[in-house]
Design a protein around this ligand. Structure first.
Ligand SMILES: Nc1ncnc2c1ncn2[C@@H]1O[C@H](COP(=O)(O)OP(=O)(O)OP(=O)(O)O)[C@@H](O)[C@H]1O
Ligand SMILES: [Mg+2]
Length: 504
């Protein structure tokens, strides 16, 4: 156990950390903060939700010279939402010191960002495309940057982003400190990473499995056309506080969120074709609990830290094991418990095995829930609410009416009626979702000889593009809405070589 007070931090940092309610440093923090303070380049790998943001954020803030009005640190993140979240966490960590932090990301008015840049931020957090845009327009000068952080580094160095990252880094002085963090770091990506670094120290928090042990992991084997009813029943039985449902494509996310609403669930979707304002408003509603279910593409898979997410459902099995690790990592964060349930069609058994092989963790098989179990689940939830009300709330205003009803009906009938009227009975409104092709089979993630979906199933090209926002270059390459399947998809190509070719 390491206390923050043992890490030799500045008084102002300690003040911020205390204000955030952190007491002990997490293992990745305890191991990387001292090294980062010494100025070392670091590749930091630790499980999802274990505090990697503060692991790079604390030393980054410590090294900021408040007297210097130049940009001194940049943090690059793969999605807009993550860039915003990281900038907020850095703002809190730098609060005691009054560090100026700003986020720049696509989809927000660039003039507004230019005006904000005039306030001379010490640290800029951005998505690659928008950061580069500002650099090219000379809105941001990186000549005084001494620290560069790539959050979700493996994703950032994946082929969809590497050119942007290279261009950004070419604007930063060579004698910088470079910090790379992620929960996953496939070997070939690590090799690329080392090209950008000086004698990096690899800090890997030892864990038996790549996923967090606090997440119970299950899979359900089913046919494509059974997925929706199964999801609905699971939501009824498991009654998540907040749930994220991951779908393979934008179309799937749209259809799923509409279908969930038809069946009476409060759900909204998030993916890269929505306006940024919409994306942010959906996320805000979800964080505030105004919607219960967030349906998402992999745009929400990485880094997002939303408290109260108790369940993650992989409606479609992810296309690479890394994506699985990050998706399910949206629950079970900061010591909390979570559940992850992955739907697997018979043709995707190989995918399941690949995920289990990478994570070194077996998922437990869960049988398809029945309608009766769904009803029981809902009844149980209502019963718990009633018992909680009886035990903890003031009922005096209701007792008169209750006594009156008891004159006429039996207590059991009345309680049963209360249960019935409060229980959401499973709704069987028919739902038709457009079929999605099963995830292409691949072997071992980033192997160079791995096949991609195109070769195997001949269902059209796998673009290797992600449903991400930041990179304008890629957005403009194919107009959204042109209707081949892969254009809708957020396929992440397993084969790192293929991806490179397809993106060039
Ligand atoms: N030392 C600490 N004590 C208590 N809570 C902490 C500590 N460090 C970080 N946290 C909190 O834990 C949560 C997860 O942290 P963070 O988002 O940095 O995880 P991460 O390792 O980056 O995960 P991911 O791989 O998903 O990006 C956040 O809410 C953060 O504020
Ligand atoms: Mg993170």
């Amino acid at each position: 156990m390491t206390l923050f007070s043992e890490l030799g931090l500045d008084r102002t940092s300690m003040k911020s950390i205390e204000r955030m309610g952190f007491e002990e440093a997490s293992p990745i923090q305890a191991q990387t903060i001292p090294l980062a303070l010494e100025g070392k380049d670091i590749i930091g790998q630790a499980q999802t939700g274990t505090g990697k943001t503060a692991a790079f954020g604390i030393p980054l803030i410590e090294n900021i010279d408040l007297q210097d009005d130049n940009v001194q640190g940049i943090v690059i993140a793969p999605t807009r939402e993550l860039a915003i979240q990281v900038s907020e966490e850095l703002f809190k960590l730098g609060y005691g010191k009054r560090t100026r932090v700003m986020a720049v990301y696509g989809g927000q008015d660039i003039d507004r960002q230019i005006r904000a840049l005039k306030k001379k931020p010490h640290i800029i957090v951005g998505t690659p495309g928008r950061l580069l845009d500002h650099i090219k327009r000379k809105n941001i000068k990186l000549g005084n940057v001494h620290t560069v952080v790539l959050d979700e580094a493996d994703e950032m160095l994946n082929m969809g982003f590497i050119e942007d990252i290279e261009s950004i880094l070419s604007n930063v002085p060579g004698e910088r400190q470079t910090l790379l963090f992620s929960a996953t770091m496939p070997e070939p990506i690590r090799k690329i990473a080392e090209r950008f670094m000086k004698d990096p120290t690899l800090v890997r928090v030892k864990a038996k499995e790549m996923t967090v042990s606090l997440i119970d992991q299950y899979y359900v084997e089913l046919r494509e056309n059974e997925k929706f009813d199964t999801l609905a029943r699971l939501l009824d039985i498991q009654t998540p506080e907040l749930a994220i449902v991951f779908g393979r494509t934008k179309r799937r996310v749209d259809e799923l969120s509409s279908a969930l609403n038809v069946r009476g669930y409060s759900a909204e979707g998030i993916h890269g074709d929505l306006s940024q304002a919409k994306r942010l408003s959906v996320l805000k509603k979800f964080k505030e609990g105004n919607i219960d279910v967030l349906v998402a593409t992999d745009v929400a898979a990485r880094g997002l830290d939303i408290s109260g997410v108790t369940h993650v459902y992989n409606f479609d099995i992810p296309q690479d094991p890394e994506s699985y690790v990050h998706r399910i990592g949206r629950t079970g964060r900061a010591g909390k418990h979570g559940e992850a349930i992955t739907f697997v069609t018979p043709r995707e058994r190989g995918q399941l095995a690949a995920v289990e092989h990478t994570t070194k963790k077996r998922m437990e098989k869960m049988k398809t829930p029945t309608l009766t179990e769904a009803l029981e689940g809902q009844q149980k939830a209502v019963t718990e609410r009633i018992v909680n009300t009886v035990e903890n709330e003031d009922l005096s205003l209701y007792l008169g009416q209750a006594e009156e009803m008891l004159q006429k009906y039996s207590a059991a009938d009345l309680v049963a009626a209360a249960l019935k009227s409060l229980t959401k009975e499973p709704d069987a409104t028919p739902i038709k979702l457009t079929d999605e092709a099963p995830a292409p089979m691949k072997r071992g993630g980033y192997n160079k000889s791995g096949s991609n979906g195109r070769q195997r199933n001949g269902r059209g090209p796998s673009t290797g593009r992600k449903d991400y926002s930041g990179a304008k270059r890629r957005d403009s390459r194919k107009p959204s809405g042109s209707s081949n399947r892969s254009n809708n998809s957020n396929n992440s190509n397993n084969s790192y070589n293929k991806r490179e070719k397809l993106n060039k």
